[in-house]
Design a binder for this molecule. Sequence first.
Ligand SMILES: [Zn+2]
Length: 623
Amino acid sequence: MKRLMSLITIVALLLSVAIAGEMDKSKQIPTRDEIDEQYRWNLADIYPTTDAWEKDYAYVESKIDHLKKYKGRLIKSKNLEKCLKESEELEKKLDLLYVSSHLLKDQDTKNTTSQALAGRIASMNQQFYQERAFLWPEIQEIPTKKLSQLVEQSDYLKQYEHAFDDMVRQKEHILSEREEELLSMAGQMGSEFSNIREALTQADIEFPKVKDDDGDMIELSYGRYSALLQSKDPEIRRGAFKGMYGTFDKFKNTSAATYRGSIKKDIFYAKARGYDSCIEMALDGDNVPVEVYDNLITTVHEYMEPLHRYMNLRKKIMGVDELHLYDTSVPITAESEVKYTYEEAVDIILKALEVMGPEYQANAKMALSSRWVDVYETRNKRSGAYSWGAYGVHPYILMNFNGTRNSVFTLIHELGHSLHSFYTNKNQPYPTANYSLFVAEVASTFNENLLMNYMLQTLKDKDEKLSLLDQWADNLQGTLYTQVLFAEFEREAHSLAEQGIPLTVEKLSDTYMNILKSYYEGVLEIDDEYALTWSRIPHFYRQFYVYKYATSICASTDLSKKVIDGEEGALDKYMAFLSSGSSDYPIELLKKAGVDISTPEPIASTLQLFDSIITQMEELIEE
Ligand SMILES: [Zn+2]
C-alpha cells in the first residue's frame, strides 16, 4: 500500500512539474489590462483625470514666485503666518502631483507619458524649494522670545511649535550666513568621497570567474555573491568568498584613503558646528543622546550566548564541526512550499491583526480591499514593494505578490507603514504629519511580529514551524547583531580619527577584526580576509545611521509583545503613537507608545526573545 501511494505521488509530482514547465514557457508577465481591476490600485483617488492633474500643476506654477514677497518681512506680525499658509497650500499640491506621477510611472516604467509628468513635477519641485529657501533661515533669525509671542497669538502657528522648538534647540550650531555659505560649498566636495567609493566598487571593479553549482565558471558579481553563499556545496561558497575579498584586497589602500577622507569630512563639520564629536552631531538631528547608542552596543554584548547557540544549531543541522562565516547564509530549513492566494493572505493578515482591535482591523481590511494595493507583477512594473502616499489622500502599496510566505510578510509590513500614515494624516495637521526615519520602521516590523506570532500558533507542521523560527532568528541576527557590530565599528573608527590616530589599512582592519571576533570567536572560523569588511559596506559613508535599524526592531518587538500579552493600556498607547506623526522628538514619541529606547530594557527584552526562539528551534530539532 505504502509503495503504491508513493508511486502515485511520484506520478502526480511529475505531472505537476510537466504542467508547470509548460506553463512557464507560455507564461508571460501579464499587462495591466489582463489583471482584474480589484487588484490594481486606483490612482483616480488622487486625480480622477489628467486634466485635474494639469489644473493643479498650472495653479502651483502660477503661484510659485508669490512667496518672494515675504522675504525679509517675516518678523512683521501676521506675515509669518501668511507665508507659511501659502507655502503649505502649494506644498500639499506639489506632494500630490509628485506622488501621483511617480506611482503612475512605477506601474509601467516604460510609459513615456508618466515619465514626462514625473520629469515636469521634479523640476517644479526644485524651483519651489529654491524660491522658498529663505524661509527657515529667516525664521531662525527671529529672536526666540518674539517667535514664542507670535506662536502664542496664532492657533495656526501653534502647529509649527515643535518644528520651531527643534530649530531653536539646534540654533547654537548654526553659523553666520557667510559661514553657512562656505559650509554648503565645502559640502559639494565632501560628498565626493562617497562618489569615489561608488565609482571604485561599482564601475571600476573587476571580479574574477568562480565556479557555480552547475560546475560552470561564471563572473562574480554582488548579486551572484549572495546567491553563491547559499550553495549547498562548501567549495562553491569558499570560492565566492575568496573571489570577493581577494578583489577588495587589491585596492585596499584606495579604500582606506577614501574612508579616511570621509571621516575627516565628518570631523570637519562636527568641529565647524561646535560639536564635541562626530557621533554627537549625527545623533543630534533626531535629538538622540549618545548614551542611547552606547547602551545599545553594551547590551548586545551581554547576549552573545544565544547568538553562539544559533551558530551551533546551524552546525548541527548542517552536520559539520567547523563553520566559516561564509557558511552562515546557507538555508538550514527547507523552503516552505505553502502558497497563498491574495485572498488567503488578506484573511491571514486580518486574523493576525485581531489583537489590534476591531477599528484597526477594519481599516486594514479597507486598505487591502479598496484598491489601495497594486497586487501583482505586471509588464514593466517596478520591482520590490513599498508604501507611499501624500497628505489628503489614502496611502498606496506597491506589491509584486507571488503567493509565497515571504510575500505575505511583505504585505503586512507595507500595510503597517500605510496605516501609520493613515492614522497620522487623519490626526495631525500637515506640518507634523511627516514621521521621521527613526520611527518609520516601527509600525511595519510591529505588524510582522504579529503575523509571526499568529502563524507560529496556528501552524501544525513541524518543518514549517522550524523554517518560520529560522526566518525570525535570521532576521534578528541581521537587523540587531550585525547592525550593532557595524555601529560599533563606526564609533571606533571615528573615535580613533578624532584622537589623531592615522586610519591606515592595518588600523581599520585590526579594529574591524577585533570587533568581529568579540561576536563570533570560538564558534565560527573567522578567515583573515574578513578584516577588510569595512571596505565593502556602503552604509559607512552615511555616518552613524545603521543603529536605527537596531533601535527600530527593539522598539517594535517590545511594543508588539506588550500588545500580544494584553498588557493594560498597551494598545491605546500604541494607537496614539500611530497617530502622532512628528509632533514630538522620536524618543519622546516612542516613550508615549510605551517603550523607552534610551534604556537597556527594550533591547534586552528583544535579545531575550531571540534566546527563546533559539530554544524553541533546539527543542523542535530534538523531537
Ligand atoms: Zn519598511
